[in-house]
Design a protein. Structure first.
Length: 152
């Protein structure tokens, strides 16, 4: 009598084994799929955040565009001003020499945010405020910024 039940138990054990391993295999594949999808999402989001904020002006037609102007002035006080003057740099793309009490005009530049840097200031002088600083240029307008320098 016991021998007649052996194939039943054996087949039940085999079916159970394959059912459990199949279930585990399906769950493993689904977990891997979720992990891959999650990783792909993180990569896409990560790349988007690496690009950073853009300062693009969109006109009515949906096209990129727009130009404006920027006036950068220098005001130097103190007894020992820099005899050679300074250099004003925009995003390290454009630069212009300027007197210690003068200005530089940058016309027809793209609208958006520009990094403006005052360069070639002698060590004895101190710049008041941020250097470099960020200035927003608006389409068809003139943006202004002034660097104040003190040379004791």
């Amino acid at each position: 009598m016991w021998a007649s039940h052996e194939p039943f138990w054996l087949s039940a054990l085999v079916v159970s084994y394959f059912s459990i391993t199949g279930w585990l295999r399906v769950n493993f594949i689904m977990a891997e799929s979720v992990r891959v999808i999650g990783l792909a999402f993180l990569v896409i989001v990560g790349l988007g955040s690496c690009i950073g904020p853009s300062e693009i002006t969109i006109d009515d037609d949906g096209e990129e565009g727009g130009v404006g102007s920027l006036m950068v002035e220098t005001v130097t006080t103190g007894d020992n001003p820099d005899p050679d003057g300074y250099i004003i740099s925009l995003d390290e793309e454009k630069s212009e020499a300027v007197d210690v009490n003068g200005g530089a005009f940058f016309g027809d530049i793209r609208a958006g945010v520009w990094q403006v840097t005052l360069l070639e200031v002698i060590d004895a002088c101190m710049i008041t405020g941020q250097n470099p600083r960020f200035v927003r240029v608006t389409e068809d307008e003139i943006a202004n910024t002034t660097f104040e320098v003190y040379c004791p």
